[in-house]
Design a protein around this ligand. Sequence first.
Ligand SMILES: *Cc1c(COP(=O)(O)O)cnc(C)c1O
Length: 223
Amino acid sequence: MKPMKPVFEEISEQLNAVKHGIQIIAVTKQVGVERTKEAIRAGICHLGENRPEGLSQKLEAIDESVSWHYIGNLQTRKVKDVINEIDYLHSLDRSSLAKEIQKRASNQVKCFVQVNVSGEESKSGIAPNETIDFIKSLEIYDKIQVVGLMTMAPNTTDELAIREAFKGLKSLQLQVSEKQWTHAPCTECSMGMSNDYLIAAQEGASFVRIGTALVGAESEAKR
Ligand SMILES: *Cc1c(COP(=O)(O)O)cnc(C)c1O
């Protein structure tokens, strides 16, 4: 494994050259507790996990005050285990999930609505043309604050297609924020991963979610 600090500094510099203030979420789903602690020592203060088990493993071992992001599909029956442990949920994508959050959250939760901008069938997320109505419908839930939108780029090396998806998310985010809904300030865009974080930054990301290019990936046995 490469020492993390120089990698973190290099990615930070690359992002800063595009725009200041982009938050880097280190996605630690493929590494263990030690590597996660190294990330914190390197100065990383946003951590992302995509499974309830991975999240609770890290929470148990880590006392430092960092922000926890849940970035994966969240099953409705798992909401109760996760929702009061995290600072941000990046995968709000259906009414049944919103309803369960309302029922289980003890405080208001900062949520990103996940949008399937590319329309790939394998991807979760709300269709772009249903996003505004969906967000409007969330106003009845006082435990949900829509801080922004999240998307995953299409599975392709076609940079133009990736860029189009990010542009699409940014434009939707602006449409929502213009409504000035109290329950949905929607000022943030969560987009960009190891292979496309620079494109995401150029298209207006405020949070990038980086796993392998930053913290790496360990074998199952080591975790
Ligand atoms: C795993 C994951 C990432 C990070 O992916 P890398 O390609 O390793 O950077 C980002 N976002 C989500 C939703 C993920 O599941």
